[in-house]
Design a protein around this ligand. Structure first.
Ligand SMILES: [Zn+2]
Length: 347
């Protein structure tokens, strides 16, 4: 189900190169803002300050995440470049290094938290008192699960499999109990969920949808009204993605509006190690040129386009673990558009 229940409003057939494409929102994902934390999930305070300068220079309007989603859902207009900032895991460096810089600019942001380590006062995490102060000064507190579990890997990680009867009970403990702790400590917060490790399955998505949550992964790309509301993308902005040359083009990126037909789940069938991505462009006339897809570790891959239909297959087997297809095309005014499909190969 898309963010916007009925896409009929968007009038896809009528839209050509001179038309107005529906709005996109870029969501950035951070973890640590520090110099002594794991490189792949960190930016330094100096880098973070440079990111904020780049965001300002891009002309982007920084919005609260929940407000941006509501605007997309309601079909409201948004600034030409709309952006939201998120942090996963509630590390202390958010309060120490990131918050003062965001506060100075008056920019809102969201922290996705795991209540169990906070309740256990585990070292390195923000306390509820600190989160209350940040929330009073512009932060929204989202749900990242009670613990930081691999939520769809089942028995290999000591959890029920998504298709098992006990899974709903597990989710009630993981998601609803986490939300109850968040709301008790901070007052009612919007129903925003971020999948630990960016891993999800159709059963989990359907359950979150029934509970009224919008849910974010860690695959890249902007979101738009047609995005699957329980498979929302974010651009990772840490580690190698924290370099300004990598970040800058993403700040003004538009969603490559499409309906993905294959794969149906990010979890690939056991026998599939060379998946095929198939999708239909929602506004094919807006993309006169080719669509080019890329795959983790394999670079640009052969991509065919016939009218609105696009297909790309993995040329070589994928390793176990997470990967993703990324596809880009140029739209009106030469602006780049981006679509991502996450993949997970389990042993
Ligand atoms: Zn996390």
């Amino acid at each position: 189900m898309s963010l916007l229940g009925s896409l009929a409003l968007l009038g896809s057939a009528a839209l050509g190169t001179g038309g107005t494409l529906p709005p996109s929102v870029v969501v950035l994902q951070y973890h640590f803002v520090a110099t002594d934390t794991p490189a792949s999930t960190s930016v330094t305070p100096a880098q973070f300050a440079a990111h904020l300068e780049a965001i300002e220079a891009s002309g982007a309007t920084v919005l609260p995440l929940g407000e941006a989603l509501e605007a997309l859902e309601a079909g409201r207009t948004l600034p030409e470049t709309a952006l939201a900032i998120t942090f996963d895991d509630a590390y202390e460096s958010i309060a120490e290094a990131a918050h003062p810089l965001l506060r100075t600019r008056g920019w809102p942001y969201t922290i996705f938290v795991n209540p169990e380590p906070i309740d256990g006062r585990h070292g390195g995490f923000l306390s509820w008192d600190q989160l209350q102060r940040l929330a009073a000064e512009g932060a929204t507190i989202g749900n990242h699960g009670l613990r930081h579990d691999y939520m769809v890997r089942g028995e290999s990680h000591g959890l029920p499999a998504p298709e098992a009867p006990a899974y709903a009970t597990y989710l009630e403990a993981q998601v609803l109990k986490a939300q109850a702790r968040i709301n008790t400590e901070l007052g009612a917060q919007p129903k925003l969920f971020a999948y630990p490790y960016g891993e999800f399955a159709p059963e989990l998505q359907a359950w979150l949808k029934a509970q009224g949550y919008a849910a974010f992964g860690q695959h890249s790309g902007p979101l738009w009204a047609g995005s699957d509301a329980q498979a929302l993308p974010r651009f990772p902005a840490s580690g190698i993605y924290g370099a300004l040359d990598s970040l800058r083009p993403k700040l003004t990126m538009k969603a490559l509006a499409a309906t993905i037909e294959s794969p149906k789940s990010m979890i690939l069938p056991k026998e599939t190690n060379r998946p095929t991505l198939r999708f239909t462009l929602r506004f094919p006339n807006a993309h006169r040129g080719p669509v080019q897809c890329y795959l983790s570790g394999q670079g640009a891959i052969p991509t065919t386009r016939e009218g609105s239909r696009v297909e790309a297959s993995a040329p070589a087997p994928l390793p176990l673990g997470r990967s993703r297809f990324n596809c880009t095309a140029q739209g009106p005014g030469g602006r780049w558009h981006w679509l991502s499909q996450p993949l997970l190969r389990l042993p």
